[in-house]
Design a protein around this ligand. Structure first.
Ligand code: PLP
Length: 357
């Protein structure tokens, strides 16, 4: 019996990664200890963290002009930590694409940063992503959320601006290719597409890591000098992330997974476009590959769908409480068969219920 987990995060892991973890327990590399028990100061772990760094830069197609930090506190901590470290004039721009971009704005403001909203799709209830034009004012950078986990929208191409970008890629980390030109920072939590909760990955341009007065755990220069080990790092989460990165490399990297992600999401969008019962509110050119939102427009029927889907081993399809309805997260680890099983069930539910709408 396979259960397909459509959760937005923490989310499913590739089956082969789960199996690798299983076989690495209880003795990692014949050490007689599990990876959960080894010291972060050991050679065993040193090898894992350095491999993970190299694999990440390779998959993102970034040069070693970027430093990779493995941190804790989630993307939410980085909403403040990034501007505190790299916004030299404490004045940034922000693209408002919904919930997580607003959270990024709130946290930056709490850290004493001036934030100008330079584009927004609020008036369209965030059903599309706004076109970003070069702003006139001097800004340290522009913060942009590449994929909007709750609203189900994404940028397929990054805006081409003279002001550098800082990208929250939490929900499409390594799920589709981007040209990272003029990008200062790429960051996100690992729990959606690269592993498990407890790890946040930050790739930051090395020349932006400079002397500052921030406390150690917030200070990119200190964290970088200590190779992300100023304190005890989340050893198991970094190990898991490295397994996922190796899995993705073996599969053919981001170009290959993007192809697969387009097939999975295409199957679901095609169904929704032709459905008499279900509707997706997102403008076509703004559709996310990883988070697909839909509903019947009737709360009672939506709840019935979520319940019955669960009985059929299609779990965690309830939409975010802010928008209601349903959401299917089709991250990298979701196999094509999962998307197929979901569409089969949607078809069946539609046949049985479209008259009652
Ligand atoms: C989930 C999510 C976050 C919050 O991540 P945490 O790691 O829980 O802090 C931020 N941004 C986006 C786009 C997300 O999807």
């Amino acid at each position: 019996m396979s259960v397909y987990n459509f959760a937005a995060g923490p989310a499913m892991l590739p089956a082969s990664v789960i199996n690798q973890i299983k076989s690495d327990l209880p003795s990692f590399n014949d050490s007689g200890m599990s990876v959960m028990e080894i010291s972060h100061r050991s050679d065993l772990f040193e090898k894992i963290i350095n491999e993970a760094k190299t694999n990440l830069l390779e998959l993102l197609n970034l040069s070693d002009d970027y430093e990779v930090l493995f941190l804790q506190g989630g993307a939410t901590t980085q909403f403040a930590a990034i501007p505190m470290n790299i916004a030299k004039t404490k004045h940034i721009g922000l693209v408002d694409t919904g919930h997580w971009s607003i959270r990024a704005q709130e946290e930056a403001k709490r850290a004493g940063i001036k934030v100008d909203t330079i584009a927004s799709s609020k008036t369209d209830q965030y059903h599309n992503i706004p076109n970003v034009k070069q702003p006139q004012q001097d800004l340290d950078y522009i913060h942009l959320t590449t994929n909007n986990t709750i609203e189900g929208t994404a940028y397929n191409k990054l805006p081409n601006l003279t002001t550098p970008l800082v990208l929250d890629v939490s929900s499409n980390f390594l799920a589709q290719s981007y040209q990272f030109k003029n990008v200062d920072v790429i960051y996100g939590g690992a729990q959606k597409n690269i592993g498990i909760a407890g790890l946040t990955i930050v790739a930051v341009r090395k020349d932006l890591i400079t002397e500052n007065d921030l406390p150690g755990m917030w200070n990119f220069q200190i964290l970088s000098k200590k190779n992300s080990m100023l304190n005890t790092p989340p050893v198991f989460a970094i190990y898991t992330a490295n397994l996922v990165l190796k899995w993705l490399k073996n599969l053919g990297g981001v170009a290959e997974i993007e192809k697969r992600n387009r097939q999975k999401s295409g199957l679901l969008y095609d169904f929704l476009d032709n459905s008499k019962l279900f509707n997706n509110p997102v403008k076509k050119d703004s559709r996310s590959l990883t988070n697909i939102v839909f509903s019947t427009g009737n709360d009672e029927l939506d709840n019935k769908f979520i319940e019955q889907a669960k009985e059929n081993n299609l779990v965690n399809l309830k939409g975010h409480r802010l928008v209601g309805g349903m959401r299917a997260s089709l991250y990298n680890a979701m196999p094509y068969e999962g998307a197929e099983a979901l569409v089969d069930f949607l078809e069946k539910f539609e046949r049985d219920n479209w008259r009652t709408k």
